[in-house]
Design a binder for this molecule. Sequence first.
Ligand SMILES: Cc1ncc(COP(=O)(O)O)c(C=O)c1O
Length: 404
Amino acid sequence: MRIGRTLPPAASPISIQDILKGIISLSNPGKPLMAFRQSISNYFGVKYSFLLSSGKAAISVSLKALSKLLPNRRRVIVPAFNCYSVPSAIINAGFDVYPCDIDPYTLQIQKESLLKALSNTDDVLAIIPAHLFGLPAPIPWIYQISSKAGIPVIEDAAQAMGSSYNGKLLGTQADIGIFSLSRGKAFSTGEGGIIITSRDDIGETIEQIQKSIPSPSLMWSAKLLLKNIATAMMINPQLFWLPKSIPALKLGETIFNSNFEILKLGDLQAALASKWKNRLQKLLCERSIRNRYYSRYLNGIEGVVQITSLFNLTDFTGIRYPLLLADNNNARKILQISHKSGLGITSSYPDILNHIKELNVSSEIQCKNALTVPGRLITLPSHPFVTCQDMENIVMAIRSVVEG
Ligand SMILES: Cc1ncc(COP(=O)(O)O)c(C=O)c1O
């Protein structure tokens, strides 16, 4: 166990001040929620937005809505290297997960694999590409292929709220966009999820479904309030070693759990989002500065692929900076140094979705490229608590392992 300054891998701080302001604005019940919803629709330029208890809930509700429009379809196509929350949501909604192989250097769905998955389109309910870490998924070509086949695309921008690519906000290019407001995401209210769409048929169907979704109880909101206060204090690098050393908190663990509650977003969460656009913008700037530093000082090291350099990006505002190492052992060594020195470098998802038992993925679906990623991918922290000295230490740790 390490005692001492430890960087969290990701952070979207909510200050105690934000929490107090949130509590005060609760004196007008319903108002914070309405204001937040309206500003989300305006910001993303969409006709419909829905606020829910989590990103998982947003995916599950979106799929249920699509299933009302396209009955008897069960298969949901997703990249095989992905956050476990995505299959959790698909199973929660009652559908089947169909993993697709990826390009290991960009982490994006591979075209041939998608075309193969679509060789029979009759039972495909949706494709869910993900903007992992804020890396832009290739929505335009995916959308071109899917729309010809009449298959909707849900753009999973859970990790990419506020980031844009080619002048378009991520989450706005497909039939549905979803975002997560949980801890460590681009912007956080502790927990929360958003669905956006401009399609009337989808928007109206979700509106119907939403009528039967309960609001959080007072007890649920009180618990979240306490959790947010604890997070506001403990996310500070001087204290983060403490929650990190408590295994029961399962910090940073990737868990498959399809048995989660679906609630509307509560007034408290909406109140915590006051001035969210300014706060999000500030966070994007802070992350971009740190990501630029990594991009510059890790450039040209043999055996280290800077994934962001394979995209035509002017600015990477992602919540973590991903690096793919040529050698699994080097990745392991860097993670060990980080663990000892509290540098906040982490691995990513531990395995591909095909290997999650509960998904019952057929062994005939092979995702060979994706399989090479979990042991080689590391991510660097880019949040505002990362200082210049931290970045220097992180770069030095990586160079010391890779360059020997
Ligand atoms: C890519 C992706 N999709 C969906 C989700 C689900 O979001 P939430 O944690 O709010 O349920 C996450 C969260 O980790 C995610 O990373």
